[in-house]
Design a protein around this ligand. Structure first.
Ligand SMILES: C[S@@+](CC[C@H](N)C(=O)[O-])C[C@H]1O[C@@H](n2cnc3c(N)ncnc32)[C@H](O)[C@@H]1O
Length: 324
């Protein structure tokens, strides 16, 4: 595996097409990752356009600094959650007078997924960790499995994983964890957890090849969402981004599963509300004025060529609005 960050930016051409970055315009990239989208934006906004970028993961920040070495004078990197945008923005507002767009490329990077020690993948042997921020926050996926009560576990498997067998899995995990706690196990590994899931579902390791999707996929997704509070983060950043954008500015969001996409889609729709005052009213008093226009009615999906080239892009959906 190469040492350098190798994540391939998803829907890159489409992001540029909708954000339309131009000479000297400024942008906010809420999820810098390896800096793929940011590098394209910096290229289009030369010579003075700036990007303010958020990233929780120090490893990703180091990789993007290396990649964007030539343009570091035009890039402000903040090592915290994009949910801090509202408090951080006043410090940069004056340095970025031409804010034109905000990008959110949700989820995790291929590099995070593939590194066994980050604990995101059921294919590797590593600690069941899943923190986006390189182990700065305290809560890990292992803590959730070892400590959370049954109803809370069931809820995340059911709601965040949309796992039909949530109850059976929860019951089986609770039964197993008493033996883990008896052995004073401080954390569990991805392999330990996967083997318990397979045991509960009565699936032999040797028969895994007949499953198109690994049976642990949904539970892993649920844990990752819970550890990083992903859905609440998405729901809270959207109105902040809209507030910060000037009229005519664009907000682009790439999501990778239906739970995130639903939050984005519903929020964007809520901005279209038109006046509900009676026709006879001389002036509008309901204040339901449309606040944005949707530029991507259906959500933009990657082309067959992109999916062939980068399989991870297959579940991506891009939605974009323009502030009115
Ligand atoms: C899909 S990757 C972004 C890839 C990037 N657009 C590129 O082209 O290289 C998503 C990144 O968002 C980061 N991330 C996730 N949640 C975050 C949050 N709340 N605040 C800041 N960064 C976050 C992850 O650590 C990950 O590096």
């Amino acid at each position: 595996m190469p040492n350098d960050y190798y994540h391939q930016s998803v829907l890159a051409k489409e992001v540029l097409q909708y954000l339309e970055p131009k000479k000297n315009q400024d942008f906010i990239d809420c999820t810098l990752g390896g800096g793929g989208h940011t590098s394209l934006i910096l290229e289009q906004t030369k010579p003075h356009g700036r990007v303010l970028a958020f990233e929780r993961d120090q490893t990703a920040i180091q990789a993007s600094k290396k990649k964007l070495n030539q343009d570091l004078n035009r890039l402000f990197i903040v090592n915290s959650s994009y949910t801090d945008l509202k408090t951080v923005w006043p410090k940069y507002e004056k340095k970025m007078p031409n804010l034109q767009g905000i990008l959110l490329d949700l989820g995790l990077s291929s590099d995070q997924l593939d590194k066994a020690n980050r604990g995101f993948s059921f294919k590797d042997q590593g600690p069941l960790d899943m923190r986006f921020d390189d182990q700065q926050q305290t809560l890990t996926a292992s803590d959730i499995i070892l400590e959370w009560p049954e109803d809370k576990l069931n809820k995340i498997f059911w709601e965040y994983g949309e796992e039909k067998k949530a109850r059976a899995l929860t019951k089986g995990i609770i039964k197993n964890r008493s033996s883990w706690t008896k052995q004073k196990q401080k954390f569990i590994t991805t392999a330990m957890f996967v083997s318990v899931i397979l045991q509960i579902l009565k699936i032999k390791e040797t028969s895994l090849a007949r499953f198109r999707v690994h049976p642990a996929t949904k539970v892993f997704q649920a844990l990752r969402i819970a550890v990083n509070d992903e859905l609440n983060n998405v729901a809270s950043i959207l109105p902040i981004a809209l507030e910060i954008l000037p009229a005519g500015g664009r907000l682009a969001v790439i999501s990778f599963h239906s739970l995130e996409d639903r939050i984005v889609k519903n929020y964007f729709k809520s901005l279209l509300k038109t006046c509900t005052c009676p026709k006879s009213a001389p002036v509008c008093t309901c204040e339901s004025i449309a606040r944005a226009k949707i530029l991507t009615t259906k959500g933009v999906r990657p082309s067959a060529g992109e999916v062939k080239n980068n399989y991870r892009s297959r579940s991506a959906t891009l939605r974009v609005i323009e502030k009115l």
